[in-house]
Design a protein around this ligand. Structure first.
Ligand code: ATP
Ligand code: MG
Length: 387
């Protein structure tokens, strides 16, 4: 992936915009598959050209910081025009964004979905490759673009839950694993969801926290008396929630056990669903051991596909923590991932400090550093898998 801007010919611009306008911009940019900075650039250019000087004022009260990157020099030109038109710079940016929104209407309404939420799992039995960070970032980006998104911590280690500053579910309380195994007498799975607050994704993002009982899930699924429960358990448990969400994103554990089987089965292409609507995203590193790990995962997907006669879409790789300074091993390994072709490389995410900082302060990345390169990478992956 290229950097979201070339520092050589873009400059950072900060304006104060109301949350509603920022949100509308992010949603629309995602809908029409455009980078936010490109949308604002087009808006500013169109606004400068527009003859109607007395554009309706955009309400900018209660605005908070919004940063983007414009081609060098464009902001100075905008500022000159603002002075000439007797309005503030904030108002100039706000009107430019409003103009772009008006010229790029939403392609919605989308056809009614008949197959429940779109399901995207992030899996790789290799540990520490970025399943948790990328699934969390992509879920935030999906939510930011207006999709009701449920993020599931399906790893008994509970890293995702802890990163959001939530406690794990108590081992004696109802949990996803207990719902999957039919061990919950009272209460619905929906009772366990917690809203993730902050950022422009607020009100659209929910977390199903982890519980340590999931360490026993593989063993319990293995001994289940019911036919096919091993594969269908996750789907059965999540079915009642599906109509409340547009996307269900699953952060898988680093394993190839039955938990992984049930997650892979859950993201299969359902009857009536087109290929690539749901599926698996595979975060990898740019090194040889990642390629070996992928071979094993692919074998498991193929076995499951053949045994159960289902289709699984591999949506793509995310080559994470990429650092070209590591030399030939990194660059040649990246080439190998790109050469696979199908599935494609969805993004190359550099080794960056923002992710680790967000974890340290227990904040979602897109709230902690909404305009960092990694946040932009998450938005770009979200656009590719939701397009
Ligand atoms: N692009 C990145 N740049 C810098 N640090 C990163 C990046 N992506 C992930 N990390 C950090 O690397 C560590 C491992 O990432 P993460 O927990 O997402 O991997 P994982 O595959 O989910 O691991 P596990 O297999 O244990 O579940 C974390 O500390 C995370 O904050
Ligand atoms: Mg993880």
């Amino acid at each position: 992936m290229t950097a979201p801007y070339d520092p050589g010919d873009r400059e950072k611009v900060v304006a104060k915009l109301p949350a509603e306008l920022r949100k509308e911009l992010k949603v629309r940019a995602a809908e029409v598959d455009t980078d936010i900075q490109d949308a604002v650039t087009h808006g500013v250019e169109a606004w400068r050209k527009s003859k109607s000087r007395g554009r309706p004022l955009v309400d900018t009260t209660g605005g908070t910081s919004f940063a983007t990157y414009l081609p060098t020099g464009l902001y100075d030109k905008l500022k000159r025009d603002c002075k000439a038109r007797g309005i503030s710079y904030n108002q100039g940016i706000a009107q430019s964004i409003r103009l772009w929104l008006n010229e790029h209407p939403s392609p919605r309404p989308t056809p009614q979905r008949v197959t429940g939420a779109r399901r995207v799992i992030f899996g790789n039995q290799k540990g520490g490759v970025g399943k948790t960070s990328v699934s969390a970032g992509v879920a935030q980006a999906l939510a930011e673009s207006g999709r009701r998104t449920l993020l599931i911590d399906f790893d008994p280690q509970g890293h995702l839950t802890k990163q959001f500053g939530h406690p794990l579910i108590d081992i004696n309380e109802p949990s996803l694993a207990k719902h999957m195994l039919g061990e919950v007498k009272d209460g619905a799975l929906a009772d366990l969801l917690v809203p993730i607050k902050g950022g422009d994704f607020e009100d659209h993002l929910w977390l199903l926290p982890a519980c340590k009982d999931a360490f026993l899930l593989d063993a319990k699924l293995a001994t289940s008396r019911f036919v096919r429960v091993k594969e269908t358990a996750l789907e059965k448990a999540l079915e009642p929630l599906e109509h409340d969400f547009d996307f269900i994103v699953v952060d898988c554990p680093p394993s190839l056990g039955y938990s992984m089987d049930t997650a892979i089965y859950y993201c299969r292409t359902r009857d009536g669903e087109s290929e690539g609507t749901s599926g698996i995203v595979i975060p990898v590193l740019s090194e040889d051991s990642s390629a070996d790990a992928y071979d094993m995962l692919e074998e498991q997907i193929e076995d499951l596909t053949a045994d159960l006669d289902v289709a699984i879409s591999q949506l793509g790789f995310v080559v994470n923590m990429y650092d070209s300074r590591k030399g030939y091993v990194a660059t040649s390994s990246l080439d190998e991932w790109k050469k696979v072709g199908e599935p494609p490389v969805l993004a190359v995410v550099p080794e960056l400090k923002d992710q680790r900082e967000a974890v340290r302060v227990k904040a979602p990345l897109l709230a902690h550093a909404p305009y960092c390169e990694q946040a932009e990478a998450m938005r770009s992956i979200a656009r590719r898998i939701s397009g």
